[in-house]
Design a protein around this ligand. Structure first.
Ligand SMILES: *Cc1c(COP(=O)(O)O)cnc(C)c1O
Length: 397
């Protein structure tokens, strides 16, 4: 076995070579170790491995060489000490939140969360005696006022789904530190290239690798990154014994996805910026929210904490739900889907799909209206996408 060791690489290099371990065959591409378990030459060797006295793999629920390459490559990209890869983004979020709290603890979370994340915080955690408070994540006073003596965790995503609200991660991290709580950041919408929550003071970062990291609509996956101590003390046993592990096949696909992540995110962000500019001038569009435009409500925070814009745009079609539906139905290249970060451009009507479980009042609080759509910009030529949008808006009108 030979391993690539990090030599102060820039992200694009790490994403091609980072974490690679080669078998004695010296294969060029990462090997796919599609195996459940591992064999030992002697009973003594098995004993030593179980005691942790000898390195090596035991069982793929714990760790697997292909999954290990994916975890190490993600650590390099994120600047994290350690990571655990999971079967989906929700497995990552729920493990990160549940592994370190117990009945009687208190969790504060921003109310603008991916639908399933909000279900974990609002419904699941209280069932196990964990108190939770939802706050307006953009209002620092609300974070401050929500703190109780038993507050153990803060949780947020930024930019948020679907209205691309931005939360000041460094400011929330310092409130968490004063409260003796850990801040978990769901960094899916920003991607690991545009925002580094650990550098901003967050303690734990989670991803749905299903989105930009795969980026080609194939596999579900997730990853949790943090310092080694937090993972050893909180996640290690939880992960081994509850089994949210990533399949080696999916880890292999995600490794190949990481190789092209910088190229895809750069191109998709560039196209999204152009399309957002076009929509902002279009008479059939009421409101455009795009991190990267000067008229974004938190443009100053974006300039401080993000390296680039977003591959997603949120906008409102004049005329409400009826016009929004006509617009979606008239699109040709851009397909209706709840996914995002894909090479294919995808559009969603959040109020009736991803956020349908929220009460109307909660949706209105988050700015998710009948007229609101979320566009995930893909790798198609931006001119073709603009033409598709213009034609569909004209048909809808
Ligand atoms: C998609 C998504 C998740 C959940 O990821 P899955 O891989 O679908 O389980 C969590 N958080 C955010 C922000 C997401 O976009």
């Amino acid at each position: 076995m030979t391993s690539e060791t990090k030599r102060n690489w820039k992200p694009a290099t790490s994403l091609v070579h980072g974490g690679t371990t080669r078998s004695p065959f010296g294969e060029t591409s990462e090997a796919l170790y599609l195996t459940q378990g591992f064999v030992y030459d002697t009973a003594e060797a098995a004993e030593a491995r179980f005691k942790g006295e000898e390195p090596g793999f035991i069982y793929s629920r714990y760790a697997n060489p292909t999954v290990d390459m994916f975890e190490k490559r993600m650590c390099e990209l994120e600047g994290a000490e350690d990571a655990r890869a999971t079967a989906s983004g929700m497995a990552a979020v729920s493990a990160a939140l549940l592994c370190s709290v117990k009945a009687g603890d208190h969790v504060v979370a921003a109310r603008a969360l991916f639908g399933s994340c909000r279900w974990v915080v609002e419904k699941l955690m209280p069932q196990y005696g964990i108190e939770t408070t939802l706050v307006d994540g953009t209002n620092l006073e609300e974070w401050e006022n929500a703190v109780r003596p038993n507050t153990k965790l803060f949780f947020l995503e930024s930019p948020t789904n679907p209205t691309l609200e931005v939360i000041d991660i460094a400011a929330v991290a310092s409130i968490a530190n004063r409260a003796g709580a850990r801040l978990v950041v769901d960094n899916v919408f920003a991607t690991p290239l545009q925002q580094k929550p650990l550098e901003l003071g967050a303690h734990v970062v989670v991803y749905s690798a299903t989105k930009h990291i795969d980026g080609q609509g194939r596999c579900l996956g997730g990853v949790i990154l943090s310092d080694k101590q937090w993972i050893d003390d909180n996640l290690h046993d939880y992960f081994r014994h509850t089994g949210p592990s990533l399949s080696p096949f999916n880890a292999w696909t995600l490794l190949k996805g990481l190789e092209t992540l910088p190229l895809r995110v750069k191109q998709q962000t560039e196209s999204a910026g152009r399309i957002a500019g076009h929509l902002a001038c279009h008479p059939a569009i009421e409101r455009v929210i795009y991190p990267g435009r000067n008229d974004h409500p938190q443009a100053d925070i974006i300039a401080r904490q993000m390296k680039g814009g977003s591959t997603l745009i949120c906008f409102d079609v004049k005329g409400g739900k009826k016009q929004a539906f006509s617009f979606l139905n008239a699109l040709d290249i851009i397909r209706i889907s709840n996914n995002l970060g894909d090479a294919k451009s995808l559009i969603t009507h959040p109020a009736t799909t991803t956020h349908k479980n929220l009460a109307e009042e909660a949706r209105n609080d988050l700015g998710i209206l009948g007229s609101t759509v979320r566009l995930s910009v893909g790798l198609e030529d931006a001119d073709d996408l603009i033409e598709d949008i213009d034609r569909a808006l004209a048909t809808a009108a």
